[in-house]
Design a protein around this ligand. Structure first.
Ligand code: HEC
Length: 164
């Protein structure tokens, strides 16, 4: 093997290494960006949920709720609660440099998390029915139950810190 072919051979190996390193780097970067996007969307969904829940409570505090608005809010909450389980794909928790309060327990105890999600979904469905029936008493009760389902899931699956 002459010096030149030895050198090209090394150069090829080096180039191969560089492209592999770049590929891994890009994949890692894309992955981190993907996780940031997932977490960002998740928080935005929860913010909408929080806002809508507040609107609903404001309506209930009025002696004559605006039933059309109550129906829209109840529907919104039901739609969000139906999709909640998809906001937590595996690998979208802590440890990627993206601030999230999603506790590791979500992925450690998937059955318990699914149950917490289901609890909220049932309250949301009941709210939709109460809104259609213009039943203020039931609406107030189910809104309180909904609030308890939020708090209960937060207690078990939302951590205090964004980073650990
Ligand atoms: C099944 C579990 C679960 C239920 C039910 C649930 N949450 Fe959450 N919530 C979470 C988790 C986990 C986070 C943290 C998300 C993150 O930081 O990535 C969160 C975050 C939030 C946030 C903060 C979003 C932000 O800006 O960072 C708000 C507001 C919120 N939830 C409101 C609600 C309301 C209102 C309800 C009920 C109507 C509710 N949640 C029901 C698990 C739940």
């Amino acid at each position: 093997m002459g010096f030149n072919s030895f050198r090209t051979c090394h150069l090829r190996a080096l180039l191969a290494w560089i492209s592999v390193a770049l590929l891994i780097g890009f994949a890692g970067g894309a992955n981190a960006a993907g996780i940031a996007q997932i977490v960002h969307a998740r928080k935005a969904h929860f913010k909408t949920l929080g806002r809508t829940y507040k609107l609903l409570r404001d309506q209930i505090d009025r002696s004559h709720p605006h039933w059309r608005m109550v129906q829209v809010d109840a529907r919104q909450i039901a739609v969000l609660s139906n999709s909640l389980s998809t906001w937590f794909p595996a690998g979208s928790g802590k440890g990627h440099g993206v601030g999230t309060r999603a506790s590791r327990e979500i992925w450690v105890k998937p059955a318990a998390f699914a149950q917490a999600t289901q609890r909220m979904r049932i309250s949301a469905q009941n709210l939709t029915r109460d809104a259609a029936d213009h039943n203020l008493h039931a609406l107030a009760l189910d809104t309180r139950r909904l609030g308890q389902s939020c708090a209960s899931c937060h207690r078990s699956f939302r951590s205090r810190s964004n980073f650990w």
